[in-house]
Design a protein around this ligand. Structure first.
Ligand SMILES: [Zn+2]
Length: 436
C-alpha cells in the first residue's frame, strides 16, 4: 500500500504533460508501485533456446524422442531459474512420415517435389495408389454435386473448413486419396487431420497445385501416383509446469502463461520455440528479481499442440472445478518471434473480453495497435471453453509457419523482447489490479 501511494505521487508529478496529450487512462508501472522491476530480457538467451529447440528439421514431433528431449530441456531451464517443476504425461497417437511422393504418370515431364503427408494421414500400400486426378475446388459439399470422385484422387484447395472435414468428405464421396495445396501460399504446408484418416492426405506447393489444375483444365485425363510411408502409433507426451510462487497468495489465485513446445515436421523455430523462449525468459526475470506477486504464476510448456491441442486440453480436463475457478487469466504465446505487429485472439467475440481489453491497452501503451481476432486453434482455447479469461498473442505477419523456412534465421529477437515486456507488464502491473 505504501509503495503504491508513493508511486502515485511520483506519477502525479512526472506525467501531467503526458496526460494533457493523451485521453486514455495512463496506467504506468509507477502508479501500481512496482517501479523496482526493471527486467533485463536477453535476446541472446532467447535465441540460444530457439537454436537448441529448432536444431533439427522435424525434431519436436509429438510423441517421439525429440519432443521428450525438448521437455527435459525446458524442465531443466525452469529448475535453474528456481521454479518448482512438475510434469504431466498423457497418452497420444504419435505420427511420423518416412517418405511421401507424388508422380504424374500421364506426363512424366511434370515433376512434383516437396510433397508432405498431413499428420495422421493413412499410409498407402508400398507401391502407392494410382488413380485419375479430379479438381474439387475448396472441397465443399457443393463441389461434389455434379462430379464423380469415386476411385479418383481429389485435388483440393486449403481454406475454410478443416483438413479432416475435407478429407472425410472426399472419402465418403469415394475418393481414394486427397492432394491439398494452398491457393494463397507457397510451399507445401504441414497440418494435422487430428486423427488417423481413412485415405492418404498429402499437401503440395501452390505452384504444383496450379500446374495440376492447369493439366486437368487442358482436358486430358491426369493420372497420378501418391505414395505415403507413414506410421501412427501409441505414445505419450508431457506438459512441463514451472511454478513461480506468490509472495502473499491471499486468495489462492493463479495466472497461467503457456506456450506449446512440440512442432510439426519443420525446424519449428517461430512455431513455437519462440513462445517457449519467451516464457522461460519472463519466468527468469520475475525469479531473478524475486518480484512479489499476489498470485502463483504457472508457466506451462504444452506438449502435443500440433496434433490437436492435446496437452492443453489434458491440462484443463485434469483441473478440479476449484482449480479452474482459481485461474485469474491464461495467456498463450504461439509464434511470437517474427513480425512488426501483434494479434490478440480470443476463441470468439463474446469471451475473455476483460483480459483482452487489458492486453490491448498494454500493447497500446507500448506503441502497438494490435489486431483483435478470434480463433480456437491454439492452447488458449481449452481454457476459454472452461470459462477462464484466456487470450492468445501472436506476432506477425509470418507466412513461413508449418514450412521448412520456419528456421532460427527468421527470428527477430527484438520482437521476443517486446513480447516479454508485454507479458510481464500484465503479470506485474495489470493483473494484480484484479486481486488487490
Ligand atoms: Zn503453434
Amino acid at each position: 500500500m505504501k509503495r503504491r501511494t508513493i508511486g502515485l505521487l511520483i506519477a502525479a508529478i512526472l506525467v501531467p504533460a503526458l496526460l494533457s496529450i493523451t485521453s486514455c487512462s495512463l496506467i504506468s508501472r509507477n502508479e501500481i508501485g512496482r517501479d523496482d522491476f526493471v527486467p533485463d530480457f536477453s535476446q541472446e538467451r532467447m535465441l540460444e533456446t530457439i537454436k537448441i529447440l529448432s536444431a533439427e528439421d522435424g525434431g519436436r514431433i509429438a510423441g517421439f524422442a525429440g519432443e521428450k528431449a525438448a521437455a527435459e530441456y525446458i524442465a531443466r531451464q525452469f529448475r535453474e531459474i528456481g521454479l518448482e517443476v512438475s510434469e504431466q504425461s498423457f497418452p497420444i497417437k504419435a505420427f511420423t512420415c518416412n517418405n511421401v511422393s507424388i508422380d504424374v504418370i500421364s506426363d512424366a515431364s511434370k515433376k512434383i517435389e516437396g510433397a508432405k503427408a498431413l499428420t495422421y494421414s493413412a499410409a498407402t500400400p508400398p507401391g502407392g495408389i494410382e488413380a485419375e486426378l479430379i479438381s474439387l475446388g475448396m472441397g465443399t459439399a457443393d463441389e461434389y454435386k455434379d462430379k464423380d470422385a469415386k476411385g479418383k484422387i481429389a485435388l483440393i484447395q486449403r481454406g475454410g473448413e478443416y483438413f479432416y472435414i475435407k478429407t472425410g468428405r472426399a472419402y465418403e464421396m469415394g475418393a481414394v486419396a486427397v492432394v491439398f495445396y494452398d491457393p494463397d501460399g507457397g510451399e507445401a504446408v504441414s497440418a494435422t487431420l487430428t486423427k488417423l484418416s481413412a485415405i492418404p492426405a498429402i499437401s503440395i506447393s501452390h505452384a504444383n497445385g496450379e500446374m495440376l489444375e492447369n493439366s486437368i483444365k487442358d482436358g486430358d485425363s491426369v493420372e497420378i501416383r501418391v505414395m505415403v510411408d507413414s506410421i501412427t502409433e501409441d505414445s505419450t507426451s508431457t506438459n512441463v509446469i514451472g511454478l513461480y510462487k506468490a509472495a502473499k497468495n491471499t486468495g489462492g489465485m493463479r495466472v497461467i502463461v503457456g506456450a506449446h513446445y512440440d512442432g510439426v515436421d519443420t525446424p519449428a523455430a517461430n512455431d513455437n520455440a519462440s513462445g517457449i523462449a519467451a516464457i522461460i525468459e519472463m519466468a527468469r526475470a520475475l525469479s531473478e528479481q524475486r518480484i512479489p506477486l499476489p498470485y502463483d504464476v504457472m508457466f506451462v510448456a504444452f506438449g502435443a499442440e500440433e496434433i490437436g491441442l492435446v496437452g492443453s486440453t489434458t491440462f484443463v480436463n485434469r483441473m478440479k472445478t476449484e482449480e479452474k475457478e482459481s485461474v485469474l487469466a491464461m495467456l498463450n504465446l504461439d509464434m511470437v518471434g517474427v513480425g512488426n505487429s501483434f494479434e490478440l485472439y480470443t476463441v470468439d467475440e463474446g469471451s475473455s473480453i476483460r483480459f483482452r481489453d487489458m492486453a490491448k491497452e498494454t500493447l497500446n501503451q507500448m506503441g502497438y495497435d494490435p489486431a483483435i481476432l478470434a480463433t480456437d486453434r491454439s492452447d488458449h482455447a481449452p481454457f476459454a471453453f472452461a470459462g477462464i479469461q484466456a487470450l492468445f498473442i501472436q506476432a506477425g505477419p509470418y507466412d513461413a509457419y508449418h514450412t521448412d523456412f520456419d528456421t532460427l534465421s527468421a527470428i527477430q529477437p527484438e520482437v521476443l523482447v517486446k513480447v516479454c515486456e508485454f507479458g510481464t507488464r500484465l503479470l506485474v502491473d495489470k493483473l494484480p489490479l484484479w486481486v488487490e
